[in-house]
Design a protein around this ligand. Sequence first.
Ligand SMILES: NC(=O)c1ccc[n+]([C@@H]2O[C@H](COP(=O)([O-])OP(=O)(O)OC[C@H]3O[C@@H](n4cnc5c(N)ncnc54)[C@H](OP(=O)(O)O)[C@@H]3O)[C@@H](O)[C@H]2O)c1
Length: 292
Amino acid sequence: MTNNLENKTIIVTGANSGIGKAAAIQLAKMGATVIMACRSLERGEKALEEVKNISKSEKVVLMQIDMSSQTSIRNFANTFKSKYKNLDVLIHNAANFDHTLKTPVLTGDKIEMVFATNHVGIVLLTHLLLALMQHSAPSRIITVASKGLMLYPHLDIEFDNLNGERKFNLQHAYYHAKLAQVMYTYDLAEQLKETGVTVNCVRVTNVAIPDDRLSHLPAWLRKIYNLKRKMAITPERQAETYVYLAADPGLEKVTGGFWDENNKQVNSNKNSYNQATWKKLREVTEKLAGIK
Ligand SMILES: NC(=O)c1ccc[n+]([C@@H]2O[C@H](COP(=O)([O-])OP(=O)(O)OC[C@H]3O[C@@H](n4cnc5c(N)ncnc54)[C@H](OP(=O)(O)O)[C@@H]3O)[C@@H](O)[C@H]2O)c1
C-alpha cells in the first residue's frame, strides 16, 4: 500500500468517534488532507485536536454536517465545493444507532430518522459531490454496512415500511438501512463503471464502542455492550480496511465489492444481489432525497 496520500483529499463522515476517528488519524498520518465531517462542532473540535496531535498533521479540517438533514447535507456540499477543487475519497462512515428511538421519528424532510441518516442522506451527499469526484478520477467512494446483516438472511427492502409505518424497532431499521447501503453500493458501482470512480462497501464486524458513547444507556444495555466488547476488535483495526480501500494502489479499478475486516471480499445477503430491487430502491431514494 502506498503511504503517501499527499495530494489526496478525503472526507470521513462521523470522524469524531470510533472507526471514523481512527481512520482520520491513519489517513492524516499518510499525508492526506482529511475533512472530518461531524454532526457536533463541539465533539468535532475535541476530536480534531486529537487527530492532529496523534497524526502530527495540520492538514485536518473540521466541517459540520448532519446526515439526517438534507439542508445540512446540501450546505456541507456547497461549502466543500467552494473550498476544494478535488475530492479523491468519500467515506460514508457516520450512522445512527440511537437506542432512544422506540417509535419512528420523522426528520424535517419527513423521512424516518434511521433510514434518512443511514441511507437517504448518504445517497444525497454522494450525488452532490459526484461531479467533483468524476473530475478527480481515479477516485473512490466507500460505504459502510455491518456483519450483523448475517443474522437477517431473508431481509429485503420493505418499500411499504420505509418510514416504519408497518413496524419499527431500532435494530430492524438499522439493518434495513445497512442492506439498502449494500444494494446502493452494487448499483452505483455498475452505473459508474468506466468513469474512474469506484464504489466499495465495508462489512464492519463487532467493533468496540468507546465508553463515553455508552454512558447514557441503561445498565442492562451497558452490560451487553461490555460482553460484546470482549469479542470485539478495536476501531483502529477496523479502520485499516477503510484505509486499504481508500489508498491501496491495487484497488484503483476494483469496484462493487463487499469487504471484511481482513480486507477480503465476502458475499452479502442473497436479496442484496437483486438488480430489480436496486433499481426500485434507487428511484424511491432519489425521490426522497429530492434528486432530479
Ligand atoms: N461498532 C460496531 O460494532 C459496528 C458494527 C457494524 C457496523 N458499524 C458501523 O461502523 C460505522 C462507525 O461506527 P462506530 O462503531 O465507529 O460508531 P460511533 O463511535 O458511535 O460513531 C458513529 C459516528 O456517526 C456519527 N453520526 C451519527 N449520526 C449522525 C448524523 N446524523 N450526522 C452526522 N454524523 C452522525 C456520530 O456522531 P455523534 O458524535 O454526533 O453521535 C459518530 O461520529 C457506522 O456506520 C456503524 O453503523 C459499527
